[in-house]
Ligand binder design. Structure first.
Ligand code: FAD
Ligand code: NAD
Length: 472
């Protein structure tokens, strides 16, 4: 017979949504249990954000070494850099292990019980957790936080297996694919495609839409397109993958080009990155009486589902599928359960794409603002005029900071940046929007020299018509 436990808060899923929810609930003195089958940290720490950023960093470092082996630039010269893919993967695994252990310690310190196993709900408040050793525990909770996340989407005609891989497997490779074909020119396809190119793979990207990174505007993606062209990444936009073909011991990706003709490209590995879907099956969601919103669990502004005492957060509840959104929802749901007055109502959720160069988007683009009926003014500061960008070998990549503000009262509606290292500006951008900053607020703030943040201040001054470091 199964052991049984009761608790005030049960969190299912230990990703960046679930584990902060559990820690916050524990901090608030709520008797909390968190359940995850695949280890604390979820997709983000184990096979998403952190592993991919580790790969991207190692790839950039290798690319720089190759550059300095080929060119005596900056007074730096190295000889014959080598890449040991297994070493890169092992280094990445070390970071993952350190971080996931850290999460375990934080969970313990918050007096939360972590159970490793798969939860299946019989009804809204009771689940059976099956553990590795086959033992089961029945848990009944006063409140349930669903944080089951998302998983890779497979193309129906090209499921994972053999040389067709998803991002999880791509981040476990111990040998560099000499020829990598990426299906999907979105976040994952481009972040990883660019990283593998930097590590020396020949890379081709096949994207169904007529542009890469369809969620960013044309002006923003131009510097990325320039990098791809300069680095000989073959870009096939407006092209639909049709399947993997094995012939003569070699794998090919067959795709339909923009003219409707079938083409194929040789590949050692085909990385399929065509989006992610919420994990809604295999754990008794249908027994819980919640409503759905398309493929996602439907929630209100407090992350409440249609069933009293059942909350849902993170990738399970829809776009944006981003770790920091999941974390914010997790913290606030724990506080709502503890009777704090909280609501999920961000002005904007900042998004960063860790391509070369990096992209940051917070709030509305000029076109989006105009589509909402706003009369706007914009200011665009090229990072080629930033001293800091030049000292970090940025600036020559077409990067910029662009500020969009309401014309009537100068309230900032959106901030977008492209360039090397601009991801680190996302915090100041998000804060400005959340605080309802005006152009004058940012212009009146002294920004440290020399840093890229001066680019934000200059973007604002440009919108006001009097930049210092470019001609007005
Ligand atoms: P998840 O992290 O998916 O965690 C859900 C957890 O629930 C999993 O561990 C799963 O095992 C567990 N689970 C599910 N059902 C059950 C059950 N019935 N019983 C027990 N356990 C269960 N986002 C960013 O913001 N920045 C990035 O740079 C970034 N990079 C990414 C790179 C890649 C390659 C990928 C794949 C994703 C990336 N993301 C990034 C997205 C980010 O990983 C997700 O948005 C985030 O992990 C969602 O968090 P979550 O807590 O909702 O779910
Ligand atoms: P995505 O939605 O970013 O990109 C998928 C791309 O695949 C789209 O451009 C789509 O047009 C294309 N596509 C779909 N079907 C296709 C087909 N048959 N042939 C060719 N192209 C096709 O999805 P993703 O890259 O898988 O990433 C999933 C999610 O993970 C993202 O939406 C994002 O929320 C999250 N993520 C975030 C980060 C980050 O924050 N830096 C990094 C990685 C992933």
């Amino acid at each position: 017979m199964a052991q049984s436990k009761t608790c005030q808060v049960l969190v299912v899923g230990g990703g960046p949504g679930g584990y902060p929810a559990a820690i916050r609930a524990g901090q608030l003195g709520l008797d909390t249990i968190i359940v995850d089958k695949h280890g604390l940290g979820g997709t983000c720490l184990n096979r998403g954000c952190i592993p991919s950023k580790a790969f991207i960093h190692a790839a950039s470092k290798y690319e720089e070494m190759v550059h300095h082996a080929e060119k005596d630039e900056m007074g730096l010269k190295v000889s014959e850099p080598t890449l040991d893919m297994a070493g890169v993967t092992a280094w990445k695994d070390g970071i993952v292990s350190k971080l996931t252990k850290g999460v375990g310690q934080l969970i313990k310190a918050a007096k939360v019980e972590a159970i490793s196993g798969w939860a299946t709900f019989q009804n809204a408040k009771t689940c059976l957790v099956e553990m590795e050793d086959g033992e089961t525990i029945e848990i009944t909770a006063e409140n349930v936080i669903l944080a089951t996340g998302s998983k890779e989407t497979e193309l129906p005609f090209m499921s994972f297996g053999g040389n067709v891989i998803g991002s999880t497997e791509a981040l476990e490779l111990t040998e560099r694919p000499e020829k990598l074909v990426v299906v999907g020119g979105g976040y994952i396809g481009l972040e990883l495609g660019i990283a593998f190119r930097k590590m020396g793979s020949e890379v081709a990207v096949v994207e169904a839409a007529d542009t890469i990174l369809p969620s960013y505007d044309k002006e923003m993606i131009r510097p990325v397109q320039m990098w791809l062209k300069k680095n000989k990444v073959a870009l096939h936009t407006g092209c639909k993958a049709k399947g993997a073909v094995e012939e003569g011991g070699q794998t090919f990706l067959a795709f339909e080009d923009a003219k409707g003709e079938t083409q194929r490209i040789e590949a050692d590995k085909i990385l399929v990155a065509v989006g992610r879907k919420p994990v809604t099956e295999g754990w008794g969601l249908e027994n819980m009486g919640v409503d759905m919103d398309g493929p996602f669990v439907k929630i209100d502004h407090q992350c409440r589902t249609a069933m009293r005492g059942v909350y849902a957060i993170g990738d399970l509840v829809g776009e944006p599928l981003l770790a920091h959104k999941a974390t914010k929802q997790g913290e606030l749901v724990a506080e709502i359960i503890a009777d704090h007055k909280r609501a999920y109502d961000p002005v904007s959720v900042a998004a960063v794409c860790f391509t070369e160069p990096e992209l940051v988007g917070v709030g509305l683009t000029p076109d989006e603002a105009k589509a909402k009926g706003e009369a706007v003014i914009t200011g665009k500061f090229p990072l080629a005029a930033s001293g800091r960008a030049l000292t970090m070998e940025g600036g020559a990549d077409g990067g910029f900071v662009r500020v969009t503000a309401r014309e009537s009262d100068h309230v900032i509606l959106g901030i977008h940046a492209v360039g090397k290292h601009v991801s680190e500006l996302s915090g100041e951008f998000a804060l400005a929007l959340e605080m309802g900053a005006t152009l004058e607020d940012v212009a009146g703030t002294i920004h440290v020299h020399p840093t890229l943040t001066e680019g934000f201040a200059e973007g604002v001054l440009t919108a006001l018509g009097h930049p210092i470091h470019i001609s007005a």
